[in-house]
Design a protein around this ligand. Structure first.
Ligand code: HAM
Length: 415
């Protein structure tokens, strides 16, 4: 017997409710992004590895442990995209889109990270991503945070998340802080977990968001980032907080929020699910990335919304059959079945979702209509066709009426 085929570990198909979530989130997010004049951009699934290597941080977990990287047949190193930001910046530079700023882009689709699979963490997952290029104003940060917030509000999950925000300051501030932190953790190295000892060598900032029990008290006593921010960084950050207060977005300041990607400067934020404590969206400002990737100096800020994790927060809703006017055709006899094909076409041309199954008994068709909860059945045999009539059965009330074919749309309209 042939071997049963399965998906790769940590990778799943999107079907039924999860697919409905994906469609719904995309529809709402795209609508709101377009209302803010974000332009849609679709990017390749894989890139030369160099696009992600340095940009995300050569020592970051994503690059060291999580990318799907392989040599293609031309022996070039290829990486399946683990995130969008670096790809968008690459695209901006390669397509010469760095003129006429500010400019806003959104994109979405699958991403790949070789993480340990668990609830809400997959090896192929989906994001909706927005990026705003060419503004260093704190109001650009506020715009992306409030766009993300309005997407979650329209999805009615804004009360189920906590917005956490922090500032890493400019590069100068972070470098100063990193050095102090390295010294502090080195002094306490014996008490640190093995993971944090590793992180100390690469990037001591990452120890701050360690989840290891052993690290918690040492992290609590660590110097606080805010004390190392220069005035410009403090102003940028406090202006954002003030503006968020003004527009009524509630947030919590978390001085230990550092994020796992190296490109951030100034603002970082995460929207955390109160139920799972996992981030459902995250982002921040990255004023040096475009330049670091070989483009001009362009400030930027953006976010990515994790669609998979939203699914757990949303009440699953099937959208496939969301149209409330679905007609199920029940032809009786061969001639009627052929007639049904033309009738179905006419109905669909009028935007009515129409289902016609083939070669089934009337009993079986009625069973299907019941099972699928189709609200309307249109029943017709030779006699009805000859008289240009159709039996319209309202499946909710079980009422049946005979209508002339010319009056069918009017009758359906009344329903
Ligand atoms: P990130 O924090 O790596 O940021 O990912 C953003 C969101 O994607 C997470 O908050 C989470 O909801 C979702 N996510 C990440 N990994 C997985 C996974 N393995 N399974 C399911 N969901 C996942 C970025 O990707 C940045 N590029 C965000 C950004 C945009 N910063 C500036 N612009």
């Amino acid at each position: 017997m042939a071997q049963k085929l399965q998906t790769v570990r940590g990778i799943r198909d999107l079907v039924e409710e999860e697919l409905a979530t994906y469609d719904r989130v995309l529809a709402i997010s795209s609508k709101l992004a377009k209302l803010h004049n974000y332009e849609k951009i679709l990017l390749p699934i894989f890139e030369y590895s160099s696009v992600f290597l340095r940009t995300l941080g050569e020592e970051s977990d994503i690059v060291t442990k999580e990318t799907y990287t392989f040599s293609d047949r031309d022996k070039r190193s290829i990486t399946l995209r683990p995130e969008f930001t670096a790809s968008i910046v690459r695209s901006l530079i390669s397509n010469g889109l760095t003129q006429n700023l500010p400019r806003r882009f959104f994109t979405y689709g699958p991403l790949f990270r070789h993480e340990r699979p668990q609830q809400g963490r997959y090896r192929q997952f989906y994001q909706f991503d927005c990026e705003l290029f060419g503004s260093s104003s704190h109001m650009a940060d506020v715009e992306v945070i409030s766009l993300l917030y309005s997407i979650l509000s329209e999805l009615k999950v804004e009360s189920k998340v906590t917005v956490e925000i922090n500032s890493l300051g400019d590069r100068e501030s972070t470098d100063k802080y990193r050095a102090v932190l390295r010294e502090y953790f080195s002094d306490n190295i014996d008490e640190l977990s093995e993971v944090s000892k590793e992180r100390l060598k690469k990037n001591p900032l990452r120890i701050l968001d360690s989840k290891e029990e052993q690290d918690i008290s040492i992290v609590k006593g660590a110097p606080v980032l805010w004390n190392f921010l220069n005035q410009e960084s403090i102003d940028h950050y406090s202006n954002i907080c003030e503006a968020l207060d003004t527009i009524g977005i509630r947030y919590e300041q978390n001085s230990r929020l550092v994020r796992g990607l190296d490109y951030y400067t100034h603002t970082v934020f995460e929207f955390i699910s109160n139920a799972s404590q996992k981030a459902i969206a995250a982002g921040g400002r990255y004023d040096k990335l475009v330049e670091d990737m070989g483009g001009p100096s362009i400030p930027a800020v953006g976010f990515a919304l994790g669609i998979d994790r939203l699914h757990d927060l949303l009440k699953p809703k099937k959208t496939v059959n969301e149209s409330n006017l679905i007609c199920y055709l029940i032809p009786i006899g061969d001639d009627a079945e052929a007639y049904g094909v033309g009738l179905a076409e006419k109905l669909r041309k009028n935007n009515i979702v129409t289902v016609l199954d083939y070669n089934l008994s009337t009993k079986k068709r009625m069973k299907i209509a019941d099972r699928e909860k189709y609200p309307i059945c249109l029943i017709f045999g030779d006699e009805e066709i000859e008289n240009k009539e159709i039996v319209l059965r309202n499946m909710v009330t079980s009422e049946e009426t005979k209508v002339h074919i010319e009056e069918l749309f009017e009758a359906l309209g009344k329903l």
